[in-house]
Design a protein around this ligand. Structure first.
Ligand code: BEZ
Length: 180
């Protein structure tokens, strides 16, 4: 059983796995468009976390974890509760491009579709960055989330303009403004 990770599960899986494989899902891009009042924000100061948005022809790179059947059932039951604020569990074809594994695998992923009650949608990057810099929740600071994700994607040699540009706005808004 495979679980596709495109967000915090890339840098903090929190479960035992058999293999971790780099690859992508087609037709999606990663966006910080989901509001978080329970993990990286609070109801008073909501943060932003990732979801996948449908973009024909796009690829969203990440990793897929292979879990034993028992670990998969246990962890997915945990994620179903943890990600109840707007995320749906779906199965997606994952294209593995890794030294260990290549080919298409069926992987489970959590996606918060547009229109869910916590969908924040698109905002200019400086505004998203202000929200992220100001927000912290039970799972940690929102800035730590995006900076860890950007670092993990860079380590995987994955290009993601949305994440990297937003991370620049979060870490150094004055420099990001001059880059524009
Ligand atoms: C992840 O891939 O890290 C993830 C994204 C959204 C919800 C749960 C996990």
């Amino acid at each position: 059983m495979w679980l596709f990770a495109y967000g915090s599960l890339i840098f903090r899986p929190g479960f035992a796995f058999q293999r971790r494989v780099r690859g992508y899902v087609e037709g999606f891009e990663r966006r910080f468009w989901q509001v978080s009042t329970d993990h990286r924000g609070t109801p008073e100061s909501p943060g932003r976390v990732v979801t996948l948005v449908s973009v024909p022809g796009a690829r969203c790179w990440g990793v897929a974890y292979e879990l034993s059947d028992a670990d998969f059932e246990r962890y997915v039951a945990h994620l179903d509760v943890r990600e109840r604020n707007g995320y749906d569990r779906i199965a997606l074809p994952f294209v593995a491009q890794d030294r260990q594994v290549t080919g298409v695998l069926s992987a489970v992923a959590y996606i918060a579709p547009a229109g869910n009650p916590h969908f924040g949608g698109e905002l200019p990057l400086p505004e998203l960055a202000d929200i992220i810099r100001a927000s912290s929740g039970p799972s940690g600071h929102n800035a730590e989330y995006i900076l860890s994700l950007a670092e993990a994607l860079a380590a995987l040699d994955v290009e993601d303009a949305h994440v990297f540009e937003l991370a620049n706005w979060v870490s150094d808004p004055a420099a990001a403004a001059t880059d524009d």
